[in-house]
Design a binder for this molecule. Structure first.
Ligand SMILES: Cc1ncc(COP(=O)(O)O)c(C=O)c1O
Length: 344
């Protein structure tokens, strides 16, 4: 990504392309808190239509979009179910509890390999003696689960579980575009399974900022209030929305290229027994429990070779591909990483 380093830390390190910058410069704007930004309004309508929902709301970040959506379905003191590695309970700094008063309970971290029966067994009914479950959240693709894709059949079963219990189903779809490209499931097919979704324009799609909450018209009207309360009302945000519209038009199909690059990285490190999961999308999760190198040592050695990677835990690391990487960048990483593992 930078001239000096091959940056595999995250797909959020991308910088807007020339075409995206041109679209941003040309954007029509207005005051979005007054609902008068034509570019934001167009983006919201486009994203709602992509997922077959009535409405969508532009938010400054994926975390805010998730937290707005959770507050729509779970009242203070009530319960959210999700997996122990979910972004909403791992990386959002306790926001569900701090802002929504939400009680979260988790099923063991299994990435995308969810067993709907386990989830069904955890749901607690309304009543005087227990915390009532109000929503189930899943993550598509799964970040800490190595970019795993939850199969459509599992999501359909979870929809059935949610319907039977009368609880909401939320999708943290920060990388739902990657699932769509990997499994060929139409976005609208995903959309019809969820009550609310959050989707990101700045992970993989290459926009500098922005996520959307997707849902019914009445939910999104309430979401607008919650966003304002959380300080997320933006003014001439059309400049950012234009980047997002450009990303949706230009950068979804090309994700297949990022997936192919991730597969090359996976193939290069596989002989060292460090792949945590099968690589399906643009994330490569490394499990270093059986290797002499720990995550920090690996990151330091990779950096010395000009390759940046993420340390997610003492023996967990992650490589991520994105539109800022060339084939030559991947060649460099594919040469360096096996050398480092072999020398340790
Ligand atoms: C799965 C997932 N959800 C949500 C987010 C939050 O996005 P943001 O960093 O824009 O708050 C991320 C960020 O990487 C993510 O990976």
């Amino acid at each position: 990504m930078t001239d000096l380093f091959v940056d595999l830390r995250s797909d959020t390190v991308t910088r807007p392309t020339a075409g995206m910058r041109a679209a941003m410069a040309a954007a029509e704007v207005g005051d979005d808190v007054y609902g008068e930004d034509p570019s934001v309004n167009a983006l919201e309508a486009e994203v709602a239509a992509l997922f077959g929902h009535e409405a969508a709301l532009f938010a400054p970040s994926g975390s805010m979009a998730n937290q707005i959506a959770l507050q729509l379905s779970v009242s203070p003191g009530d319960e959210l179910l999700c997996d122990a590695d979910a972004h909403v309970v791992t990386y959002e700094i306790g926001a569900a509890a701090a802002y929504g008063g939400i009680s979260s309970r988790t099923w063991p971290a299994v990435g995308a390999d969810i067993d709907p029966e386990v989830v069904a067994g955890m749901i607690r009914p309304d009543g005087y003696f227990a915390v009532p479950t109000r929503a189930i959240a899943v993550e598509q693709t799964h970040n800490r689960g190595g970019g795993g894709v939850i199969p459509l059949a599992t999501l359909r079963d979870l929809r059935g579980v949610a319907d039977e219990a009368g609880v909401a189903l939320h999708c943290d779809g920060a990388r739902i575009w990657h699932a769509h490209v990997a499994d060929g499931v139409p976005l609208i097919e995903y959309g019809r399974l969820f009550d609310t979704m959050s989707v990101c324009l700045s992970k993989g799609l290459g926009a500098p900022v922005g996520s959307l909450v997707v849902g019914s018209a009445d939910k999104i009207e309430r979401a607008r209030m919650i966003r304002k309360r959380m300080g997320g009302g933006m003014r001439q945000a059309g400049i950012l929305a234009a980047a997002g519209r450009y990303a949706l038009a230009q950068h979804i199909d090309r994700l297949a290229d990022d997936h192919a690059k991730a597969a090359r990285l996976a193939e290069a490190v596989a002989p060292f027994g460090v792949l945590a999961t099968t690589v399906r999308t643009n994330l490569v999760a490394l499990d270093l429990t059986k290797h002499t190198l720990d995550a920090r040592a690996l990151a330091a050695a990779a950096r010395a070779e000009g390759v940046l990677i993420s340390v997610l835990g003492p023996r967990t690391a992650r490589l991520v591909t994105h539109l800022g990487l060339s084939d030559a960048d991947i060649d460099r990483a594919v040469a360096a990483l096996p050398r480092i593992f072999a020398a340790a």
